[in-house]
Design a protein around this ligand. Structure first.
Ligand code: SAH
Length: 347
């Protein structure tokens, strides 16, 4: 039994079964035993691999995108360069490296990182130095023009799940016996028995706040994650440990629990906040349009055989149709008066 399993068991004994979002919030963010709070989960030796850790080209191309977006904003100076859930800080480091080519960009950028994990904050500090500010949430971040990036952040935001059983919607929960159901005040007559729908109130709140900030001041938000373009029923909750799927209830606090991002719902929340939202595109379409192949070829041309292989394999993984290319989507929200940033809104 993990220490967190014991704590969760005690809460359930005292208060009854808990909803999935509360369970997920504890598993990931419990101040002492939460999955993200006390470890570096990335890489071969960790539990999972993310795009910036696969290839430097990922962050470099996002840097190029940021440069163009900043130009479209009229080169606001200063502006907030925000990242939600920066992990090891690799993506931000690659963005800052790539944006050096644009005079004024780095001097104008005030880097703000939204990160709950003390361990990951330390790694970010090692990589990015002290000239960045950390926040628990966006709420306390200063206002101002903003470029925001979030890669594999929204999948980690806790969700609620409902399942239709015998003609009635019930909320999924974790009780003394593991996964179970509790009555739900869900007034939805649609759906068939066995359907699962996911609600993400916390995700909606964060997206709405991004939208509100974009409505007030110039800016763009680039959101990348695995998920689907349209709201569809389905159970997408998953737990991963050491690169393998495990049960969500297996060793709480020791595996990464996430769900797929419903980009339709995310877009609606951004728009509700006041942003202009363009239809999401696949990571494959985004990275190829940004020049993944050209940049990889350029780096390869001056690399040794082993590095070349790593670069090629990394690029293939990022855009491969059966790898990350189609599963991952990219969505952008902008201030209402901003020109549509390339490559969104292209025919
Ligand atoms: N973007 C990084 C890391 C993705 S993992 C990459 O692509 O490699 C998710 C990141 O979000 C971690 O840094 C985790 O600590 C952070 N995180 C997850 N939920 C969070 C929350 N509710 N508030 C702040 N940070 C959170």
């Amino acid at each position: 039994m993990t220490p967190l399993e014991k704590i969760i068991g005690e809460i359930i004994a005292a208060e009854g079964p808990m909803t999935i979002d509360r369970y997920m919030g504890l598993c990931l963010g419990h101040p002492v035993h939460g999955y993200y709070m006390n470890r570096d989960p990335f890489g071969e030796k960790g539990d999972f691999m993310t795009a910036p850790e696969i290839s430097q080209v990922f962050g470099e191309l996002i840097g190029v995108w940021c440069v163009a977006a900043w130009a479209a904003m009229g080169k606001s100076t200063p502006f907030n360069l925000v990242e939600l859930g920066p992990g090891r800080g690799t993506l931000m480091a690659d963005i800052l490296k790539a944006t050096k080519v644009m005079p004024g960009f780095c001097d104008a950028a005030r880097v703000h990182l939204v990160e709950m994990s003390p361990v990951l904050r330390e790694l970010q500090k090692e990589k990015l130095g002290n000239a960045v500010a950390w926040h628990e949430s966006m709420a306390n971040m200063p206002e101002g023009p903003m470029l925001l990036v979030a890669n594999e952040f929204f999948d980690a935001v806790p969700i609620r799940q409902f399942e239709k059983r015998h003609g009635k919607w019930l909320e999924r929960c974790i009780g003394a016996e593991g996964m179970g159901f509790m009555p739900a005040a869900l007034d939805n007559t649609q759906g068939a028995d066995g359907d699962v729908i996911e609600f993400t109130p916390q995700r909606v709140e964060i997206a709405k706040e991004i939208g509100q900030r974009l409505a007030k001041q110039k800016g763009c938000a680039l959101i990348i994650d695995y998920g689907h373009l349209q709201t569809t029923p389905g159970d997408t909750l998953q737990a991963v440990r050491a690169h393998k799927y495990v049960a969500v209830t297996d060793r709480p606090g020791e595996s990464d629990i996430t769900s797929h991002v419903d980009f339709e719902a995310l877009g609606k929340a951004l728009a509700q906040g006041g942003a202009t939202v363009l239809p999401a595109i696949t990571q494959r379409a985004f990275l190829l349009a940004m020049g993944l192949e050209q940049r990889t070829a350029m780096l390869s041309s001056r690399a040794d055989a082993k590095t070349k292989e790593i670069l090629d394999r990394g690029a293939a993984r990022l855009v491969g149709e059966r790898e990350m290319g189609h599963l991952f989507k990219v969505m952008v929200g902008t201030s209402p008066d901003l020109a549509t940033p390339y490559p969104f809104g292209m025919p």
